[in-house]
Design a protein around this ligand. Sequence first.
Ligand code: BT5
Length: 266
Amino acid sequence: MDTPNATSNEANLPGVSHPEEIFRSSAIVAGGWRVRWCSSTGSTNDDLWAAARAGVPDRLVLVADHQTAGKGRLDRRWEAPAGANLLVSLLFRDVPAVPHALTHAVALAAARASERVAGVVPDLKWPNDLLVGRQKLAGILSTAGPMEGSPPRPSFVVVGLGLNVGWAPEGATSLVALSTATLTRDLVLAALLEALDEVLSLPADERHAEYRRQLATIGREVRVELPDDRFVEGRALDVEVDGRLVVLDACGVSHRLDVGDVVHLR
Ligand code: BT5
């Protein structure tokens, strides 16, 4: 595991074409994480993925005040005005046999951090949204590096989290809207990294059990919209260790779903 080095924040980040311009010098270092802030970039996930390809160390965390091309899943956009929300990507080079476990860990850590700093207790919605009631508080996008080894697994994973701290679009929510606590993005980030260390230290089966417990999707009637415009409706029965959602439809057919958007019907 790489040791954080708070003084290295001015250094160029390999794989990013304009590092001097985008990185400013503030650094928070917590646990084994090395944190770099940039004022504006396209997408922190894209930058960190490129930097990972160029060899930057494990547990590098990239935070942006603003993204001009923030990405959601399935080529959607992630919006946030400059300076309002936590826009962060984390690099994991220690990839478990089930890479989804890293995404789940970040979701659990974001939920713990929201509770600790703001007293807000979000639910998880499959695959990785944080909701309060029916409103989205945070979303996660994970991008895997090239496969290697035997059996093959990603050489690294970048997990990007957009957590609404001070702003939310119509129909979504933010920590500030839900809490009277004094909140800064630094505070939320520090709580996130601390919680992530805790969650990652859990044995894999306990972590999966916690993810399963917090997944409000289980036991609900759901409509899962699939990327090819098909959909599955039924009762969400379970989430498997590999992250797949198990849905039993009205004909008694069980579907194991890898990607999709869930609508909680009841
Ligand atoms: C997600 O996608 O929820 C994943 C979002 C990941 C964003 C982070 S920010 C740091 C890192 N760098 C990146 O470029 N991305 C990651 P998805 O489930 O597809 O949700 C996207 C949809 O959520 C959009 O189509 C909008 O409808 C809605 N949306 C956009 N911005 C939002 C916001 N701030 N809060 C709530 N909903 C939002």
